[in-house]
Design a protein around this ligand. Structure first.
Ligand code: SF4
Length: 153
């Protein structure tokens, strides 16, 4: 899969400081959500192709004490094959003792159980322009009324 970027440290995506892995590609370049702020990530060829091992190595370059969580975002990470996301999550779980988060525009019932089994938290629900509000769930301020953070473990 292509990774648009790996960025350490955001106080917005999880309840603490996180390393965010942005997977390239969203609905094959058309995007799902009206008012998306991330259309630069829609192209699945954006960024660089990285193996799961490459991703783990890049995260290992960041001192572990500098982050509390690992968050998978996009693009739309669940446009990737289910087995690729499961493989990535298992590798992250094996290499780091950190809670795993994933952000998707899909609803919870649309997400494969094998992915949910590997996650600690998932944020579901598309971004819909015009129904924004700020509500805190698990230490994260959500921007959409329809969006929910589910604690899975
Ligand atoms: S799923 Fe993410 S990248 Fe895709 S349109 Fe929605 S907010 Fe934008």
């Amino acid at each position: 899969m292509n990774i648009y970027s790996i960025k350490e440290s955001s106080l917005h995506e999880t309840s603490g400081i996180s390393v965010n892995i942005y997977i390239s590609g969203c609905n094959q370049g058309n995007g799902y959500c009206s008012g998306c702020h991330s259309d630069h990530t829609w192209d699945c060829d954006a960024g660089e192709p990285l193996t799961v091992e490459d991703i783990i190595e890049k995260l290992k370059e960041i001192p572990s004490y500098k982050f509390d969580h690992i968050c998978i975002l996009g693009g739309e990470p669940l446009d990737q094959p289910v087995e690729s996301i499961v493989e990535l999550l298992r590798a992250l779980r094996g290499a780091f003792n950190k809670p795993l988060w994933l952000y998707t525009h899909f609803e919870l019932e649309e997400v494969a159980q094998s992915i949910l089994d590997e996650l600690d938290y998932i944020k579901t629900g598309e971004f819909i322009l015009g129904i924004e509000h700020a509500e805190e769930q698990y230490g994260v301020f959500l921007v959409g009324k329809n969006q929910v953070i589910h604690k899975l473990k």
